[in-house]
Design a protein around this ligand. Structure first.
Ligand SMILES: [Zn+2]
Ligand SMILES: [Zn+2]
Length: 396
């Protein structure tokens, strides 16, 4: 029987025990191994990635994915697998959001809208993954798809068909005090141009106070127009995988690469605190080298991650040296946006790496050089701008 997840330390421990038995009691080993050689040491280490992210004062930075599918709608995996992936890949919270209105596996897996959550609950508790209950309201586009989070009864979200059914589906989510966000605006935009417009249906749901966020990143799509809608209307910026297969088949998990996710700045690490943060729009979408969110939050991430050292050396010719360190797993690609000549035109701050800057009169040079962070978006057409101010200190 395989117990999951088995921390690598216990595998090492178990292997150690087996080896010790072989060395000290060979005759016992021969009697009890029944001709079986354990090859546990060949297993892929059961280890969780720890994503290093700065914390904003007063909040914990939680890594969340609020949109994914299982065999209970059109996904390929059992609910518990979503929890295992989340554990491996360093997430804090997930919401399995199978389609209410689309059940292509129904001949093999009967419609049971609450079952994915029930099946994922125990593995989530074992792996300390926060599990939120929700579903994807899968209406025709337009109006499109909406996720309802923090619901008690997913089955009660089924509004059926009919002229008023789209609005009825939202009403049913609101009746359960759900957090509702608009999924992947721009889906099939070539075939359905209204899929990427602020349509009257969405406007009405928003004006009624029932639209709380928009998916700015969905899988490998960055819906830049949606970032402007979120920023202008103070809605939560969401980034989710909408994964149907295995995340490991679609994403790269080397340092600097991640699955698409929402960074939630929550007061505590629990589902109610996540709900409060989502409703307060304290979120940023993150996918590998792309960040998108409100300026104050994206700036707080940059400032928390990047440390500019003092002038640690000044050469006889007056050249100063400064180290700039990225202490996070975020990547920042800086492009010079203004200021005097003297520093490079571009500067990449890779995760967990430092770069060395040098120049004449470097303290002043760094103060006056402005940088655009080309992969950190605060609007569809605007990037975070910043300076790298050295903690000026000239060595004696
Ligand atoms: Zn969808
Ligand atoms: Zn989906």
């Amino acid at each position: 029987m395989i117990l999951f997840p088995t921390p690598s330390v216990s595998i090492a421990f178990r292997t150690g025990v087996v080896l010790a038995a072989c060395l000290t009691t060979p005759s016992l080993h021969a009697q009890t191994d029944n001709g079986l050689t354990s090859m546990d040491s060949y297993r892929r280490p059961q280890e969780r990635i720890h994503l290093i992210l700065p914390e904003i004062p007063g909040f914990k930075t939680l890594k969340c994915d609020f949109h994914m599918h299982t065999v209970f709608s059109d996904g390929q995996v059992w609910p518990g697998v979503r929890v295992q992936e989340a554990w491996y890949e360093g997430l804090d919270a997930i919401c399995i959001t199978d389609h209410i209105e689309y059940q292509p596996h129904v001949k093999d897996v009967p419609t049971q809208h609450n079952r994915p959550y029930e099946l994922a609950k125990e593995p989530a508790a074992e792996m300390d993954i926060l599990l939120i209950k929700g579903s994807e309201l899968t209406r025709e586009t337009p109006p499109g798809h909406f996720n309802a989070l923090f619901v008690d009864d997913c089955a009660a979200l089924d509004a059926g068909k009919g002229p008023d059914a789209d609005k009825e589906a939202i009403r049913k989510a609101v009746a359960q005090k759900a957090f509702v966000f608009w999924n992947h605006p721009g889906w099939k935009v070539r075939q359905i141009p209204q899929s990427y417009e602020w349509i009257p249906f969405v406007d009405e749901v928003h004006k009624q106070g029932n639209l709380h966020g928009i998916e700015v990143m969905n899988g490998f799509g960055f819906h830049r127009k949606a970032l402007d809608w979120c920023v202008d209307k103070s809605l939560a910026v969401l980034g989710n995988t909408d994964i149907h297969t295995l995340t490991g088949h679609e994403y790269d998990f080397t340092i600097g690469r991640t699955r698409t996710m929402t960074l939630v700045f929550a007061k505590e690490r629990n589902t109610e605190a996540i709900r409060e943060a989502l409703q307060s729009a304290r979120t940023v979408a993150w996918s590998s080298e792309h960040l998108a969110g409100p300026e104050n939050l994206v700036r707080a991430l940059f400032d928390g991650a990047v440390e500019v050292g003092p002038i640690h050396h000044q050469s006889a010719k007056g050249i100063g040296f400064v180290e700039v360190t990225n202490r996070s797993d975020l990547t920042f690609k800086l492009v010079k946006a203004g200021g005097p000549a003297g520093l490079a035109e571009t500067l990449t701050l890779n995760p967990r790496r430092s770069v060395l800057l040098k120049g004449a009169n470097i303290g002043k040079l760094m103060e006056e050089t402005r940088w655009k962070v080309a992969n950190a978006f605060i609007r569809s057409d605007r990037n975070l701008e910043t300076t790298l101010v050295s903690q000026t200190k000239t060595p004696e």
